[in-house]
Design a protein around this ligand. Structure first.
Ligand SMILES: [Ca+2]
Ligand SMILES: [Ca+2]
Ligand SMILES: [Ca+2]
Length: 246
């Protein structure tokens, strides 16, 4: 079948080359025709190789995202890379990084000096929230539970976390949804706004009140209490979020 396609393509090209009025080519013998077909076949082979290369690039493309609060990746063709622990700054300390990290549960090391040597510090994360809010958002009590995370790869190259949305815009695929979280405004440590999965899992044995890196659901302030408009926002309402890919 492939050979037939090549021959048909060659003949088509021959007819184009031979019969275009302003580029008329006179073939004197069957050898001329054979040479032309051979040349065109070589060009087709080169083009096929280029197409294969482009297909390979496409198949190895894609994007990554962190699924906060879960140890697995969505079962929609998404690839699992690793799982671990949500980590960040201690809630009552200045400095450090303002972003959350997903530390793998199988760390490896370069050179090191055991014992604290006045470096920057990083801690595991727990969530604190009103018990009524916890029941409403997650369907269970989550106070002081430590939060896991998973890093996932989607063949869909673009990803976006939509704050204040419970669903993706048309044409996008939902990876997971939940609630926006960050640190509390009264604390020294900052924490970036990330999307915590509503099907929150807990780190085993993490229910203790560790008070290290701590996050809370984000409640929007609007109207007379802020510069955001009410509507569309509702003052004090917990913001949903969703991670979408395309
Ligand atoms: Ca805890
Ligand atoms: Ca706590
Ligand atoms: Ca509220």
């Amino acid at each position: 079948m492939e050979v037939k396609i090549k021959v048909l393509l060659c003949l088509t090209l021959v007819s184009l080359v031979c019969c275009t009025p302003d580029k008329r080519l006179v073939l004197h013998s069957s050898e001329d025709m054979a040479h032309l077909i051979s040349t065109l076949e070589s060009k087709v082979n080169i083009l096929e190789a280029e197409v294969s290369g482009l297909k390979a690039i496409k198949s190895t493309g894609g994007g990554t995202f962190i699924r906060w609060g879960r140890t697995t990746c969505p079962s929609n063709g998404t690839e699992f890379i690793y799982k671990g622990y949500m980590a960040g700054d201690k809630w009552n300390e200045y400095g450090g990084g303002a972003n959350n990290l997903c530390l793998p549960d199988d760390p490896t090391w370069n050179q090191y000096v055991d014992g604290y040597n006045s470096g920057s510090t990083i801690y595991g994360t727990e969530i604190e929230l009103d018990s009524t809010v916890s029941s409403k958002l997650f369907g269970k009590q989550t106070v002081n539970q430590d939060i896991p995370c998973a890093v996932c790869r989607s063949a869909r190259a673009s990803h976006v976390m939509l704050p204040a949305r419970a669903n993706c815009y048309p044409g996008w695929t939902e990876e997971y949804g939940g609630y926006l979280i960050s640190s509390h405004q009264g604390w020294k440590a900052s924490s970036d706004f990330v999307c915590l999965d509503s099907g929150l899992e807990f780190v085993p044995h993490g229910s203790g009140n560790d008070d290290d890196h701590v996050v809370k659901p984000v409640e929007v302030r609007c109207g007379t209490l802020g510069s955001l408009p009410c509507p569309p926002f509702v003052d004090g309402r917990e913001l949903a979020c969703v991670v979408c890919t395309k």
